[in-house]
Ligand binder design. Sequence first.
Ligand code: 5GP
Ligand code: MN
Length: 335
Amino acid sequence: MQSIEEIYPLLSQPRRVAIIMHQKPDADAMGSTLGLSHFLRQLGHQTTVISPTNWADWLKWMPGCDGVIDYEFSTEKAIGVLEQAEWVFCLDFNTMSRTRHMANRLRKLPAVRILIDHHQQPEVECFAYGVSDTAKSSTSEMVYDFIVGSGHADKINKDISECLYAGVMTDTGSFRFPGASAAVHRMVAVLKDTGINHTLIHEHLYDNFLENRLRFTGMVLQSRMEIFYEHNAALIAIPWKDLVRYEIKTGDTEGLVNYPLSIQGIKMAALIIDRDEEVKCSFRSKGSFDVNVFARTYFDGGGHVNAAGGRSTDSLEVTVQRFIQALKENSSQLQ
Ligand code: 5GP
Ligand code: MN
């Protein structure tokens, strides 16, 4: 993989560009891809943003989101774009498997693949150019660096700023995590100067749910959370029937995994959800316990030191038992 700077001189020649993100995109995936798309269009490129799956309703306010193609829903259309593309930017994921059903097709495309990402251990052999930096707060920050680094800071307009602000704000836990560096705050000042209303963006993202989601959260915290004080850890395990009963949609479970970390002394939290087609796991930690390694070792996943995810092909019950066993094996590191 060649350095991303190598493509800066090539940006002046307009191309057909596809920009893709990971499945079930969060605000950083959607914000960084749309931010990059708005930027490249100003340089004359023809861009299309593709998501491997659908996305949460609370992302739909983002400028350009109505033009994003859902690969699962509009497969033929997405394939047409991918096969015509000269460049495919891959944002906010480190391994092709994060693009779900798109993965095999992506590997075979004739297009030049370019990576912009902040997750650990990327599949660098899959990309011609790219930047992978785990020290970065968010992929949105990296898109900002890309725009500024390529000499186009003057192109940062309100549409770009709204998208990038949403990504960096959510990936830093509202500027709380260590990744929210001085450079991040300087970037936010630049974004703010384009006229964005950050209060409104927070409302779009955090005050934009239906009643059922709040009632579901209450039920989960009351009935589905187990605390393992001897391991300073907590688990929330949600059966499929709860998702059906509360009409839970994509994005409605986001953030749930963070609640147990607000309990004194808890250093690691897990969320295991039976999504019917698979059992999905999320892990969060405070301090030095590395959930990226934990997710890789036990649950076919990965991510960052303090936030990672994975999956299991076992039933929910068996996955929970495997998690408890894994906790015991890691107990000394959680003390
Ligand atoms: P979440 O728990 O919000 O799904 O994901 C937390 C972090 O772990 C995100 O940065 C996400 O990209 C990463 N992640 C989630 N699931 C997986 C997975 O199955 N494989 C890998 N490699 N990373 C994941
Ligand atoms: Mn991200």
